[in-house]
Ligand binder design. Structure first.
Ligand code: GAL
Length: 471
């Protein structure tokens, strides 16, 4: 059930979040680029997964999606016209290395050079994610993330990206949400590559943890002045009741969803005291691995959308925990059946900030999918605007309590291919007609534009003032 939310009184200004606070939008290659086999691109696990009947809503796919590959100039100009100065996007590994490793595709490099150069020309800072879930299929055929060789493959890929783009790109993120791509892709089988079970999940977790740190080390070595982060999905976990069993279930869910990937990177090891089955990771560990899982990231990307209510369940092996669906709780939801629950972002900021070793946090994704409709050239998506405003209030609250949060990226710029859900959940600030590919700024996009304009105006004023010759 989707309820209309009330308009919020939002009187914050960008500068209330701090002078250097970064405002942007986030995207991912497979979700926006299209051109799935253009100019030497190899096949990724998502190109392959979408061809299997029944995996994606109405058997949709990202072969064209927003056609960002051909329309990147239009999109970056649109972004700029909306006062958005920071653009997070990911590189498609198989566009750069069609076979995953070995020969580089010069046309793939040229495409990303064009995107990066155009961003810089327009005064938009590129924030690049190295891996947002689209592993080259040739590597998956060799076991993908379950094969320890992924460390070598990933190393070669990161080196190529650093070498070709590191002179201009200074903001990097190593992985996007390792919990989601290992959990949905290698345990539940609902995302590419569609593998299931612990025997896939356990090695995939360990190799992702190692690559997360390895990527950080390589970037630090190869890109002078790089600001390096990695991103984590996270949700506040609320036990359904205060019974001992529900509390225990909630603790396990919190460990799995919020702690599993950050703690080894901080030198805390795997949180297996709460989920003993994680001890199976030991089978894949080499003596140097605990040390090699550590990296001192310049920032942590927190990605939050909702909270989860969790209860005890006998039927779920190992975890004995189950999520109580939002639609069964009579709460305000989005089209993903995610509860709209702004305090979750505050709780997550507090939680990640409390780790010693976390230097800085950016919200690298937050946003919502609602039933948008385009009428007379307009999308009046008031629910999205108030969602963003209410989450921002919580970010501001955390910031005013001393949490080191220094950026916010809306997920996402334009409507796009939402993985297994296909095209029905629209998350964009900009509407796309997927038949004509026409872009229309939604009311939420106009609100974001006007909100950011205040910052732009202030900056123009600042430059003007300092430009005045003295004497
Ligand atoms: C994140 C993911 C994005 C996007 C978003 C909305 O988990 O990184 O690619 O799909 O969720 O569902």
């Amino acid at each position: 059930m989707t309820h209309t939310s009330e308009q919020s009184n939002f009187d914050l200004q960008p500068e209330d979040f701090g002078e250097d606070f970064v405002w942007g939008v986030s995207t991912a290659a497979y979700q926006i680029e299209g051109a799935h086999e253009a100019h030497g691109k190899g096949i990724s696990i998502w190109d392959e997964f979408v061809t299997k009947k029944g995996t994606i809503f109405e058997n949709q796919h990202g072969q064209i999606t927003c056609d960002f590959y051909n329309k990147y100039k239009e999109d970056i100009l649109l972004m700029k016209s909306m006062n958005i100065d920071h653009f997070r996007f990911s590189l498609s590994w198989s566009r750069i290395l069609p076979d995953g490793t070995g020969k580089v595709n010069p046309q793939g490099i040229a495409f990303y050079n064009d995107v990066i150069n155009f961003c810089l020309e327009c005064g938009v800072t590129p924030w690049v994610t190295l891996y947002h879930w689209d592993l080259p299929q040739t590597l998956e055929d060799l076991g993908g993330w379950t094969n320890r060789k992924v460390l070598e493959w990933f190393e070669a890929y990161v080196k190529i990206c650093s070498k070709h783009f590191g002179d201009r790109v200074k903001h990097w993120m190593v992985l996007n949400e390792p919990m989601v791509f290992t959990g949905a892709g290698y345990f539940l089988g609902v995302h590419a590559p569609g593998k299931k079970g612990l025997r896939n999940f356990i090695p995939a977790i360990h190799h992702a943890v190692l690559c997360q740190a390895l990527g950080g080390r390589l970037l630090r070595k190869m890109v002078p002045g790089a600001i390096i982060g990695t991103t984590f999905s996270c949700s506040q976990i609320t036990p359904r009741s205060n019974s001992k069993k529900d509390l225990k279930a909630a603790d396990k869910a919190d460990t799995l969803l919020n702690r599993l990937f950050i703690e080894p990177s901080l030198g805390l090891g795997y949180p297996d005291e709460s989920i003993p089955v994680l001890r199976k990771i030991k089978k894949y560990e080499k003596p140097e691995d605990a040390q090699n899982s550590i990296f001192d990231f310049d920032f942590i990307g927190v990605q939050n959308y909702t909270r989860e209510v969790v209860r005890h369940s006998y039927t779920v092996p190992y975890l004995r925990a189950k999520i109580v669906k939002a639609s069964d709780r009579n709460v305000q939801t989005t089209l993903m059946d995610w509860e709209v629950y702004p305090p979750s972002i505050y709780e997550m900021l507090k939680k990640f900030n409390a780790y010693e070793g976390v230097k800085k946090i950016l919200i690298t994704e937050n946003g919502a999918a609602f039933e948008d409709s385009l009428k007379d050239g307009k999308v009046n998506d008031l629910e999205r605007t108030s969602y963003i405003q209410n989450y921002l209030k919580q970010v501001h609250k955390a910031s005013s309590e001393g949490v080191k949060v220094s950026g916010y990226f809306v997920w996402t710029f334009t409507d796009n291919f939402e993985w297994a859900e296909g095209y029905y959940p629209r998350f964009g600030l900009v509407h796309i007609n997927f038949k004509t590919l026409k872009r229309t700024i939604k009311a939420s996009g106009k609100w974001y534009r006007d909100f950011l304009r205040k910052k732009e105006q202030k900056e123009v004023f600042k430059t003007k003032k300092t430009d005045v010759p003295i004497g």
